[in-house]
Design a protein around this ligand. Structure first.
Ligand SMILES: [Zn+2]
Length: 288
């Protein structure tokens, strides 16, 4: 279950007789996983690997003109549509937006989801973040990192026999320490597909987030124009910085990394399995 045993290095190759890599990604809201890992999700899926996104809240506060059950229902549909486009699974838990706490009940839900997915890789936010739901998602997943292998914790679901690799999404927060780009993945060819999925989150990328940024007047009204506007924003967001270039050089070699324009980047959590460079290459088979 942990690592594919065959050679699987080219992105064009799909999984045949080797075990699929199983990735589970946790966000606080039904668009967080999408922003942080929509590119790699679509790549893994296209190669025959398995990805599940989980939103720990239903997102029922994230809009300026609507809320409650109507908004939660709208956002669930948006998340499911993004999942359909990328060929992945998407679970949205029915916790209220803005009220997520690191309770024992929520910790058990996270442990159960990681075990049931039989995860090789678990991705979540770091615990330094402006939003309490993001911070608490980070805490909940960190708290699960060891307990997923402990049989007597949640005896109703078998424990994992090997600890997954836990990774953090990229973020911009500097204290107490800045994000470290341990693993940078080329999503240049997948960026359009990533934006296809993000485009399904109409309530967020074209309504709520621009409203919070006082940018609502700049969102194009035409559907194809607004998708181009989103693509432009995502091109900027996923651009290669000098720190990321160092990581890209390590994984792709300098010649190839010079061609890479867009990335998703992850930091290895100190909890969970500590992978060797060879194990990272197996877990990220899109690295050539
Ligand atoms: Zn969020």
């Amino acid at each position: 279950m942990l690592l594919c045993t065959g050679q699987l290095h080219a992105q064009s190759k799909t999984v045949t007789n080797v075990s699929a890599i199983r990735v589970i990604v946790f966000g606080a809201h039904p668009d967080d996983c999408d922003l942080g890992a929509g590119g790699i999700a679509s790549i893994y899926s296209s190669m025959g690997h398995k990805v599940k996104f989980v939103s720990l809240t239903n997102g029922d506060k994230g809009h300026q003109d609507m809320g409650g059950g109507a908004l939660a229902s709208r956002r669930l549909k948006e998340a499911k549509e993004a999942a359909r486009i990328w060929g992945i699974e998407y679970d949205v838990l029915d916790n209220h937006d803005g009220e997520l706490l690191p309770t024992l009940e929520n910790r058990m839900s996270v442990i159960k989801l990681i075990r049931e997915w039989n995860a090789d890789i678990v991705i979540a936010p770091r615990t330094n973040d402006y939003h309490p739901d993001h911070r608490n998602t980070g805490v909940l997943v960190q708290d699960a990192a060891y307990l997923v292998i402990v049989p007597n914790i949640l005896s109703s679901v078998p424990p994992l026999t090997k600890n997954p690799v836990f990774l953090y999404f990229r973020d911009r927060f500097q204290r107490p320490n800045p994000f470290r780009p341990d693993i940078a993945i080329d999503i240049t060819a997948a960026l359009a597909k990533k934006v296809e999925g993000l485009d399904a989150h109409v309530s967020q990328f074209y309504e709520w987030l621009p409203w919070t940024n006082q940018d609502l007047d700049n969102v194009p009204k035409d559907q194809s124009e607004r998708k181009k506007w989103l693509l432009d924003a995502m091109e900027k967001r996923s651009a290669v910085t000098p720190e990321i270039k160092i990581s890209l050089d390590k994984w792709y070699g300098k010649e190839r990394s010079a061609q890479i324009k867009h990335v998703e980047v992850f930091e290895i959590c100190e909890y969970g399995k500590q992978p060797t460079p060879d194990e990272i290459k197996h877990l990220f088979p899109m690295i050539p």
